[in-house]
Design a protein around this ligand. Structure first.
Ligand code: F6P
Length: 321
């Protein structure tokens, strides 16, 4: 019995603590472990290395993933999935932990129907867009990076009569934008999951500007593709000079927060225990209401994540007429 770990898709803070815990915890249980470098691409190309404590020493505090990642197009081609499986067999690896997001899980789902390999996917993406889990590794760190940037932007916007339009990541999901808008006290939040009630917002903000409001902070989720539209609308309709900041990949970096380190440990320990105690495992570990459970890969990859209702209500608050 040998276990391996890989990281796939966008890196997320918390991957390194997860990799470290995986190697250290398995060593304690006398389980042989392997590191697969460069995600599913590396699996196809046999970039597999036996792990030792030395490989994971001093990485706990680092963002990104020391085993690197990739977005593999080749993995969607059967011949490369077969090659990947054969590479795993070369090392007698029969248990795999995949740190990844929904793209990686879709690839795994296909793999699971063709080859006999036990695996647990650990939701790891700053987007927090995976069905069936309240939390994905890396989200807390990304939110803190965004919060820190917005606090700084507020310093400068408050020094002028201006508006700032800040675009945040999240792919098709508005989670990062919504939570960041809530905790940063933004006046405007635009996400794919909720229509922007432009008229009501315009009326309210114009009135507030007349009454003395000097600046406006708007958060726009990248998935809406409305950053320029919001900027132009603010300049034209609210009459405020505006600036646009696209936070970009800075949101993916940074040392994992305490929460992401602890979540990484819990995700991995539970995943390893599940794999060693069960057979025919093709699951994703999920976290809901303080508990870790396991769901079939098919269930996870076939459904769409929904934003929590109580957070969505915050949009109404942000846009109150
Ligand atoms: O999925 C994580 C994410 O950072 C998204 O928020 C973003 O749209 C995408 O990855 C960017 O991908 P890449 O790093 O390949 O440019």
């Amino acid at each position: 019995m040998a276990f391996a770990i890989l990281s796939s898709g966008g890196d997320a803070a918390g991957m390194n603590p997860a990799i470290k815990k995986f190697v250290d915890y398995c060593a304690k249980l006398h389980i042989e472990t392997y590191l697969i470098y460069e995600g599913l691409e590396g699996l196809i190309d046999n970039k597999i290395k036996k792990a030792s404590h030395k490989d994971v020493a001093g990485i706990l505090h680092l963002g990104g993933t020391i085993i690197r990642s990739s977005r593999s197009k080749r993995f969607f081609d059967f011949q490369y999935r077969k090659q990947a499986y054969e590479n795993l067999k070369l090392y007698n690896i029969n248990n795999l932990i995949v740190l990844g997001g929904d793209g990686s899980f879709r690839a795994l789902e296909v793999f699971s129907t063709e080859f006999d390999m036990n695996f647990v996917g650990v939701p790891s993406t700053i987007d927090n867009d995976i069905y069936g889990t309240e939390y994905c590794l890396g989200v807390d760190t990304a939110l803190n990076v965004i919060r820190d940037s917005l606090d700084k932007i507020r310093d400068t916007v408050a020094s002028f009569n201006r508006a700032f339009v800040v675009e945040v990541m999240g792919r098709e999901c508005g989670y990062l934008a919504l939570v960041s808008a809530m905790v940063s006290g933004a006046e405007i939040c635009v996400i794919p999951e909720a229509p922007l009630s432009q008229e009501a917002l315009q009326k309210r903000l114009k009135q507030e500007i007349q009454e003395g409001r000097r600046y406006v902070l708007a958060i726009v989720a990248e998935g809406t593709k409305k950053t320029t539209q919001v900027y132009e609308w603010i300049e034209e309709k609210l009459g405020l000079e505006a600036r646009v900041t696209i936070l970009g990949h800075v949101q993916r970096g940074g040392n994992p927060t305490v929460y992401d380190r602890l979540m990484a440990f819990d995700f991995v320990i539970n995943a390893v225990d599940y794999l060693r105690k069960n057979e025919q495992v093709k699951k994703v570990i999920v976290y809901n209401q303080g508990k870790f459970t396991f769901k079939d890969i098919q269930e996870i990859s076939s459904q769409k994540y929904q934003l929590p209702q109580h957070y969505l209500k915050a949009i109404n608050y942000l846009e109150r007429p």
